[in-house]
Design a protein around this ligand. Sequence first.
Ligand code: GDP
Ligand code: IMO
Ligand code: MG
Length: 422
Amino acid sequence: MKVDVLLGLQWGDEGKGKVVDVLTPKYDVVARFQGGPNAGHTLEFGGQKYVLRSIPSGIFQGDKINLIGNGVVLDPALFKEEAEALEASGHNLKDRLHISKKAHLILPTHRVLDAAYEAQKGKSKVGTTGKGIGPTYTDKVSRVGLRVGDLLHGFEEKYQAAKARHEAILKSLGFAYDITEAERKWLEGIRYLKEFSLVDSEHEVNGYLRQGKSVLCEGAQGTMLDVDFGSYPFVTSSNTICAGACTGLGVAPNRIGEVYGIFKAYCTRVGAGPFPTELFDETGKKIRDIGHEYGAVTGRERRCGWIDLVALKYSIMLNGVTKLIMMKSDVLDGFETVKACVAYKQGGQEIDYFPYDINEGIEPVYVELPGWNEDMTKMTSEDEFPEEFNAYLSFLEEQLEVPIKIVSVGPDRAQTIVRYED
Ligand code: GDP
Ligand code: IMO
Ligand code: MG
């Protein structure tokens, strides 16, 4: 068997959580492979709304195994909060949620360091989620990180050493902080974490594949936030692309099957950094209002703009996308026309590829298409799609050269139209 991977092609928040939940019945296992509680994955069904941060979005479907892979960074305090809320709403996790011993732990001082580094950057700050993601991955790469497996051996000593190291850095930066309460909660989280199955996830995943079990890997963030290929330095600190599923789970590249690339019918970004198709006018505001474009966890306003096909083509190339999934189609219901960026103008020249630097001087070149003035949220089959919407889909498929398999027309699990079965 191979693993399928589902990941975001834009700047995150494409709707990954919703679609993972929709696809889960077809899989035995759902696994997160990178990122951490910087993610906020929203699922809606049965009139209920859930936001997941570290727990995979397959958790709501009965007997499925959910796995937090080695590439993830885990904050025990936030994990406890998230898991306990799910347990309180009747979802038993303990026998279905496995956590890699090789996943790195986010310490309270990592969060303080995140804030300190942002403060130091002043105007050029990244606008991180403040969850300690960058400092935790930094420690991992510097070979001084604390891992989930350390809970089982020599934890106290390793924790105190890491904390002392962080405190020395914070002192040198002159950054004032108090972690008393955060540390108390964190240590409670550590005790709670021990109640879960802490596993050698690379053996577990490959064992599932040998047994013929199907695995869906759930990406977090989006390709344009990838630490290597995103809009650096305004990115997250992990590889969000498909290759991240290999390193973040211990799955060999030749074990990758379908790659589902998910994108919004338009584009959003939260935090700082370049965004070539960003709209600063009434249209951008309209998209934000209709699309409820506010962060799932932080509530931060998301920046909105038209779809960027130059960036999407780049993402498709980097990930080897085999199937596309288009989200939030309904949000564009009430527009006279819709625009798609098909090229950039940089230094007076038109380019159709994603350049080294998009931080300055990029001007989008648009194609304008007729809008569809129909409410799509109640539609259940593609036979009901307005003609203009079909034209938009065909245009995108032609440009992107990958079929759009799923169209989402609302936040609920049920508002999902699968255009064809394989
Ligand atoms: P994720 O991080 O990729 O899982 O996405 P988020 O949960 O951060 O953001 C997606 C938002 O769009 C959530 O509020 C979803 O409930 C909502 N959503 C998902 N699909 C659709 C859709 O097709 N239409 C509308 N209107 N909302 C959607
Ligand atoms: P999901 O999985 C959107 C952004 C932050 C910031 C940059 C770095 O819900 O799509 P970090 O805290 O990771 O160091 O922040 O990345 N960012 C996200 N934006 N969706 C996310 O996750 C994000 N996770 C991080 O806003 O610009
Ligand atoms: Mg999100």
